[in-house]
Ligand binder design. Sequence first.
Ligand code: SF4
Length: 68
Amino acid sequence: MGTNTVLANEKKCGTCEYWQGERTISRMIGNKPHSISVKSGSYPCAVQAGKTVQGIGTCSKWKKWSSI
Ligand code: SF4
């Protein structure tokens, strides 16, 4: 399965603490995360029971991923 890129400063599922999909920080600039490589496909969200979301999705419950 492929991947998508989400920028670290975007409020998307791929940069959200609650997203359960696989992701890695793919690029650092000046010691800060710049881009995240998120696995494509839909994965659970820890705060929305029964819902699966793509890393490029968005919602109002977004909370910054602790690794960035
Ligand atoms: S659906 Fe909302 S709370 Fe869940 S991972 Fe995406 S941005 Fe975060």
